[in-house]
Design a protein around this ligand. Structure first.
Ligand SMILES: Cc1ncc(COP(=O)(O)O)c(C=O)c1O
Length: 435
């Protein structure tokens, strides 16, 4: 507090709760994206400075010297010592995400680095996991090599019955690559029945699309490379810890969960770079704008594809219907049966729209392989979540997937332009394959 009793505007004394104290309520997600890190400002510059230093000077006054062993690694206002422990740009990134995700955030060099750190921290003997991003299965295989960790099938009740106290149920929702959602309340009940942790990879539906903590999820993981970065130019991984877990001093090995994770990150060395932290802060400022726009455009494209594929002929297509001719199936959480019932778990879990990624199965592998090169606006590339729309013949990076599948990540271009690009590409493909 200042001498006249108002909350401090900046500096460590102001603290992360400064805005809520000043307004008497929590600010909107959009405002917190721009201001949740204001309390870390130590300079008058409006745009955050970039600090590339790996090492930081100790206090000049010998009486203020605080040896590393005496401070709490999870506090945001610790003095900086060495960037493998913490650094100013990644601290800002974590401060904003802590506010947006609703629990303390620890950042990592990539989404997979975060998944690895989470498994090392929870140290389960078994992990039940479904389909989804294949890299996470790869990490579990590595853990099997190291300590015999067993991988179980999430959608097999006999496998879930093998879970024991301290094991993990890991759910990805929405799923990579189809964009279909999974019911988190259902898996929370399953985890409670077996005394397990529930962890969720929420990469495909960042805020404001869903809040997994409402369903009692213990740790929420994001590949920050996708929507948090949002511009296809940085790698990042994020673990957010449920506030109740974070408050309890119950980390395996003692201390709190954030302390445990930060302490282990110091040893694993899997920190984000300072430049990535700086880019991440730049990107988070527009998270809500981007995500809502991408979600809405994806919905319009899915609706258009579904409606067009059901018509006998399509006016925009000169009387024929190339979509019905070439597209075999479309998958997205908005097409799950529950999506039409406002009281369903799905509508409650994703109240602000569906994810910006969906999948298309074309009639043959040859169709799927050839469509991307016919498009002008969609880049043929892997990854997702950036401002640029991407399409990927998924067989390029996932050996296990149906070879007719194309994954579509919708960017921030005008949706009508994306629609027209898809239509002309499908027409060109159909002509080419007729000849
Ligand atoms: C759902 C999901 N989780 C995790 C990852 C891994 O993230 P990263 O590439 O940042 O390591 C990805 C990458 O595509 C993903 O799609």
């Amino acid at each position: 507090m200042t001498s006249n009793g108002t909350p401090e505007k900046t500096g460590a004394a102001a603290g992360p709760n400064r805005l809520a104290a000043a307004f008497g309520r929590e600010l909107s997600l959009a405002s917190r994206s721009v201001h949740a890190d204001d309390y870390t400002n130590s300079h008058t510059a409006v745009a955050p400075p970039m600090h590339v230093s790996t090492t930081f000077r100790y206090a000049d006054d010998p009486n203020e010297l605080l040896p590393w062993s005496d401070f709490d690694p999870a506090r945001m206002d610790n003095p900086y010592i060495y960037s493998r422990a913490s650094a100013p740009n990644t601290t800002r990134y974590e401060a904003i995400l802590t506010s947006l995700l609703g629990g303390p955030v620890v950042s990592y060099a990539s989404g997979l680095a975060a998944f690895h750190a989470m498994v090392v921290f929870l140290n389960p003997k078994r992990v039940a996991i479904g389909g989804g991003y294949h890299g996470c299965h790869g990490i579990l295989k590595l853990m099997h090599k190291l300590n015999g960790l067993e991988q179980l099938e999430l959608e097999d009740d006999n496998d879930l019955a093998k879970l024991q106290r301290g094991d993990v149920i890991h759910v990805e929702t929405p799923l990579n690559p189809t964009g279909e959602a999974r019911d988190l309340a259902y898996y929370r009940r399953k985890a409670d029945e077996r005394g397990c942790y529930l962890t969720v990879d929420a990469t495909f539906a960042p805020p404001p699309l869903q809040d997994p903590f409402k369903y009692g999820v213990d740790i929420v993981l994001h590949s920050g490379t996708k929507y948090f970065g949002g511009h296809s130019d940085m790698l990042s991984g994020v673990l957010a810890i449920h506030p109740d877990r974070a408050a309890a001093a119950a980390a395996p090995g003692g201390g709190s969960w954030p302390q445990g994770l930060v302490g282990e990150r110091l040893l694993l060395g899997n920190v984000m770079g300072s430049f990535e932290g700086w880019l991440g802060v730049r990107s988070l400022r527009t998270l809500e704008l981007r995500v809502l726009r991408q979600s809405e455009s994806a919905q319009r494209l899915v609706d258009w594809l579904v409606a067009s594929s059901q018509k006998k002929e399509n006016k925009a297509d000169g009387g024929s219907n190339v979509i019905a001719e070439v597209v075999h199936r479309i998958q997205h959480s908005s097409l799950q049966p529950e999506a039409s019932d406002p009281e369903s778990w799905l509508c409650k879990q994703m109240p602000h729209g569906h994810g910006p990624v969906f999948s298309l199965w074309l009639k043959s592998e040859e169709h799927a392989k050839r469509l991307p090169s016919k498009l002008f606006l969609f880049h043929h590339a892997t990854s997702l979540g950036g401002v640029e729309s991407l399409i990927e013949w998924r067989a390029m990076t996932d050996a296990a997937v149906d070879r007719r599948l194309l994954r579509v990540s919708v960017g921030v271009e005008g949706w009508e332009d994306l629609r027209d690009d898809l239509l002309q590409g499908l027409q060109a493909l159909s002509e080419e394959l007729k000849n």
